[in-house]
Design a protein around this ligand. Structure first.
Ligand code: NDP
Length: 450
């Protein structure tokens, strides 16, 4: 279809060298072909040309002073991608790999993810190439204050509400919030993922991981199976991975792996969750230290990974949860997972599987939940935090968790129904992309050319 092809070609010329953004755009637009055949009016309204172009992109310099008194400089970004459905909503990522292309891919995915939640939130994303690893609390605080000194003028509780992502957890959100309050004099719900004593939602920290497990449970139930008793692979050892592991235990499954950028732990009796929390949430230590308490587990350093992939995915199991970062699951990994009999994959991370890996999963017709559907529980609960802030309430965990469960079941149902409608009942990638896109595109048409 020339419409999709031409738009992608134009994108590559107008936004050069944004590889991850093209990957995300191509995946979505290719899935939309059958929709455009049925509904040519999207072409008349130039919807895809409009949807691939952010409404606004902010790039700024962040200067801060390290503990040695040296001035450091980083780049900051906020991409306000699409506000058809509500205020821009999406996390901030602090990681040395961050570029404008990475932030654009994440912001683009966020539009459709947020639409799938059924909640009134638009899509945005931001971050910096700042590396929090090895920095003191004082350095992190000074960096966050400097970051917010520029960002505060572009955000607000009804315009743009950032949250956390890789490298941005409770500590960073605290420093960012403190500086916003100092600059504006306002105590308001401008960030989500806040501390529970100062406007945070109970259950937000756990929501992305819990949601990814609920999504797997929904996919398995639709096939007459259950997560109970399953052996599971989890990658990552951050916020999403930890609470994926917690929910898996709660539902009677056994998570046997976790990983960080330096290596992978394989503990066949099940990952020691308390120890993992202690190492990562309190001590911010390397996973290798896990062995001091569990010498019977094995540690595979990143240097020993297979040349074409990641050690986690080479370990036999039933279900896989990629929860670290983009493109962490390659074609070779996908082949091994399928060869080992994995029947369900639920993505806690954003775009963790390469395009070739996704094709393999779809061809094999296994239960495959793409990130924009499977990890939407985080942003959904962020929106619940916004709702609590604006009504000056704090809901109990039971209420938040029940809503999260219901939202994940609805997202799964929408994806499955849309996949069925377009004649590919097992293809939840197609279902997620068309269902999310239709909601945003129809709203853009309703709101006119803006
Ligand atoms: P964290 O920073 O808490 O954890 C990230 C984990 O992934 C760490 O264990 C980190 O290891 C590992 N990791 C990061 N980059 C790499 C890499 N290049 N290679 C190997 N390991 C890596 O982030 P989150 O858990 O919040 O986010 C994980 C994923 O989930 C991301 O894709 C994020 O976009 C997505 N997501 C997060 C949401 C949230 O609510 N937090 C919501 C929806 C999606 P190390 O510490 O050694 O770097």
């Amino acid at each position: 279809m020339p419409y999709v092809h031409d738009t992608l070609e134009r994108l590559k010329k107008s936004s050069p060298a944004q590889t991850e953004f093209y990957q995300a755009a191509e995946e979505v637009l290719e899935c939309l072909r059958p929709l455009f055949e049925r509904s040519p009016h999207y072409h008349d309204h130039s919807i895809i040309e409009r949807i691939v172009e952010p409404e606004r992109q902010i790039m700024f310099r962040i200067c801060w002073t390290d503990d040695a008194g040296k001035v450091q400089v980083n780049k900051g970004y906020r991409v306000q991608f699409n506000s058809a459905l509500g205020p821009y909503k999406g996390g901030l990522r602090f990681h040395p790999s961050v570029t404008s292309g990475i932030i654009k891919f994440l912001g683009f995915e966020q539009i459709f993810k947020n639409a799938l939640t059924g909640l009134p939130i638009g899509g945005g994303k931001g971050g910096s190439d700042f590396d929090p690893k090895g920095k003191s609390d004082g350095e992190i605080m000074r960096f966050c204050q400097s970051f917010m000194t520029e960002l505060y003028r572009h955000i607000g509780p009804t315009t743009d509400v950032p949250a956390g992502d890789i490298g941005v957890g409770a500590r960073e959100i605290g420093y960012l919030y403190g500086q916003y309050k100092r600059l504006t004099g306002r105590y308001e719900g401008v960030l989500t993922g806040k501390g529970l004593d100062w406007g945070g939602s109970i259950g937000r920290k756990e929501a992305t991981g819990y949601g990814a497990v609920y999504f797997a449970q929904n996919m398995l139930q639709a096939r007459g199976e259950s997560i109970e008793g399953k052996t599971c692979l989890v990658s990552g050892a951050g916020n999403v991975a930890i609470y994926t592991i917690e929910k898996l235990y709660e539902l009677g499954a056994t998570p046997i792996t976790c990983s960080d950028s330096r290596g992978t732990i394989h503990d066949p009796r099940g990952i020691d969750l308390d120890l993992l929390k202690e190492l990562k949430e309190v001590k911010r230590a390397s996973l290798e230290e896990y062995l001091a308490n569990h010498p019977e587990a094995s540690y595979i350093p990143a240097n020993d990974y297979p040349a074409d992939g990641h050690a986690v995915w080479r370990i036999p199991a039933d279900v896989a949860f990629p929860c670290a970062t983009q493109n962490e699951l390659t074609d070779g990994d996908a082949e091994t997972l399928l060869g080992n009999g994995v029947t369900c994959i639920s993505e806690g991370a954003n775009m963790p599987s390469t395009a070739a890996a996704v094709d393999r999963f779809l061809d094999a017709k296994i239960a495959y939940g793409p990130g924009k559907a499977a990890n939407a529980g985080g942003v959904a609960t962020s929106q619940l935090e916004m709702a609590q802030n604006s009504s000056m309430q704090q809901w109990p965990l039971e209420k938040v968790d029940a809503k999260l469960k219901e939202i994940m079941a609805n997202i799964h149902q929408q994806c499955a129904d849309t996949a069925e409608e377009f004649g590919e009942p097992t293809n939840l990638v197609l279902g997620a992309n068309i269902a999310g896109f239709r909601k945003v595109a129809d709203t853009m048409i309703d709101q006119g050319v803006v």
